[in-house]
Design a protein around this ligand. Structure first.
Ligand SMILES: Nc1ncnc2c1ncn2[C@@H]1O[C@H](COP(=O)(O)OP(=O)(O)OP(=O)(O)O)[C@@H](O)[C@H]1O
Ligand SMILES: [Mg+2]
Length: 510
């Protein structure tokens, strides 16, 4: 959604008598941008309140910047209305005011824990629902009491558009003038802005300033630095892990069926496909046996398509310290949308959206699942979802129905030619090549092994070779292989059950 569409959407909420709009963000600069654009257009007055400053009228003219922490020095300061710092006083004051306005209350939700304040807000909301005034509540903790949540509508403020990011970069360059040497071609600037997508404006300023001040230059090399920093920032936010295409070196042995499908589906992302009004591919589900390369396949797709990969940390969706799960999922999806085209990887989807026994989690995973299904069905952005799952019985059947995913792949234990490819990849990675090894013999010995088990045997054999100060060779590796009892033996029944369920329903990945 572009900034202009956001503004229109916000205006519609105001004109359709929504008395309370909640915006979940700490980026007040962007809330300000939104409200001021919307109100200029509608010729409405704006007031802003914080517990520190009280209530004050924001200047009508855009030349008079508002009083806030990011206004440049020398900005005219507004005057707060007397005795309006206390939440209750402020609400009573607003109730007395007769003209229509937007009242922006910063970090207000925590004050609603006081029942008197909460009641007063309801009364103001009731009054506002008959005329066009609106309360806008912004902040990061927006836990509203149920009686207020009933009157409130959440407004998602989108992450900055490329144009806003470009302006933020220009601001930094201007501010650092004389201190750093800027050496960027128009292509570099485009790459830099694209690397910044998914970040907030304040993160953008920090990252770009850091990259520039670090060596006194802002040049093409800084794009890489920005990408690394972005990976860290996204990780610290807690819900997604980011793998830039530049650092993704995954190599997948076998999976020929999947690889063929991917080569074919890639045309769905081309401009020609758009010309024919063809939708971009939605996503795939990879179901299968542990350690057989499902997660690796997700990474390899991103590599093959040269797209950024975002991994959703399903466990953190439910982390009470990160916040509410539905909201977390929405945030993750919003982030992915700003980074489109990209791959959204949901590992072990049955764990976050599976069928829970009873309603132990208050129906949360069902609700989240419903939200996910709708999103998957309706998403228009070029986000390709790669979901993986081990436990088919825990996946709600709706997800397996035709049309949800473009295809569902089943991954079995690797066959001989695939074990050959896997051995080749992992022996090659140990920097000795495969000359010392009789691959055919190893392929036979690893029958019933998963890729992960083959890799583990190779690692252990190499440890032993290092310890005994001799080169790793076929015999050493064969000994390690003999010592391993693979899952295909210890979990024979589980695997057979999975095979039986999957084989007749899904396409095989090979
Ligand atoms: N087909 C393969 N080609 C190359 N390496 C493989 C392959 N399959 C497995 N591996 C190795 O095994 C490791 C584990 O595989 P991966 O994590 O992708 O398995 P998985 O199917 O996601 O397992 P789980 O169900 O336990 O999550 C990989 O990091 C890789 O090193
Ligand atoms: Mg996995």
């Amino acid at each position: 959604m572009s900034f202009k569409t956001s503004v229109q959407h916000f205006q519609t909420l105001v004109t359709s008598f929504h008395p309370v709009v909640v915006i979940d963000t700490v980026e007040e600069e962007r809330v300000q941008g939104l409200i001021s654009a919307a109100c200029n257009d509608m010729q409405m007055a704006v007031f802003e309140w914080s517990v520190a400053q009280g209530l004050m009228r924001s200047p009508d003219s855009p030349d008079h910047r508002w009083q806030n922490e990011y206004a440049p020095p020398g900005t005219k300061r507004g005057q707060a209305l007397p005795k309006t710092a206390e939440p209750l006083d402020m609400l009573r004051h607003i109730q007395e005011m007769s003209f229509k306005a937007i009242f922006w209350l910063k970090d207000f939700a925590p004050h609603l824990k006081d029942p008197v304040v909460a009641r007063q807000l309801r009364e103001v909301a009731e009054q506002f629902s008959h005329h066009r005034s609106t309360l806008v509540i912004s902040g990061s903790d927006n836990d509203l009491p149920p009686e207020i949540a009933h009157d409130a509508v959440y407004f998602d403020i989108k992450l900055p558009e490329p144009e806003e990011l470009y302006n933020a970069v220009s601001d930094v360059v201007r501010a650092l003038k004389g201190r750093v040497k800027v050496d960027l071609t128009p292509e570099d600037i485009r790459d830099l802005v694209s690397a910044l997508r998914g970040m907030t404006l304040s993160q953008t300023r920090k990252v770009v300033s850091y990259a520039a001040l670090h060596d006194g230059r802002l040049d093409a090399d800084d794009v890489k630095r920005v990408l690394e920093r972005k990976a860290r920032v996204i990780h610290e936010e807690g819900l997604l892990d980011y793998f830039p295409p530049e650092t993704n070196l995954s190599e997948l042995g076998g999976f020929e069926g999947l690889k063929r499908w991917l080569a074919y589906a890639k045309v769905g992302f081309t401009p020609q496909a758009r010309q024919y009004n063809l939708p971009a591919p939605k996503g795939i589900l990879i179901v299968g046996i542990q350690g057989c390369g499902k997660s690796l396949a997700a990474k390899t797709i991103a590599r093959q398509w040269n797209l950024p990969l975002l991994k959703l940390d399903a466990g953190r969706l439910y982390d009470k310290y990160v916040g509410e799960s539905d909201k977390n999922f929405r945030r993750a999806v919003t982030m992915a949308e700003t980074m489109a085209p990209c791959i959204l990887w949901i590992d072990e989807i049955e764990k976050s959206m599976g069928q829970t026994s009873g309603e132990a989690d208050g129906g949360l995973s069902r609700r989240l699942f419903g939200y996910f299904l709708t999103w998957l069905q309706e998403k228009s952005q070029e986000i390709f979802v790669v979901a993986t799952a081990n436990d088919l019985s825990a996946i709600p059947p709706e997800l397996l129905r035709k049309g949800r995913f473009d295809e569902i792949f089943f991954v079995d234990l690797p066959e001989a030619n695939e074990r050959h490819a896997i051995l080749h990849i992992h022996l090659g990675r140990r920097q000795q090549g495969t000359d010392n090894f009789d691959l055919n013999q190893l392929v036979i010995a690893t029958e019933g092994f998963s890729g992960a088990e083959i890799e583990q045997a190779i690692i252990t054999a190499h440890y032993r070779a290092l310890y005994e100060n001799r080169p790793a060779d076929t015999n050493l590796l064969l000994e390690e292989i003999k010592r391993t009892v693979p899952l295909s033996v210890t979990r024979r029944e589980d695997i057979q059950r999975l095979r039986a369920m999957a084989q007749e329903r899904f396409v095989t990945a090979r």
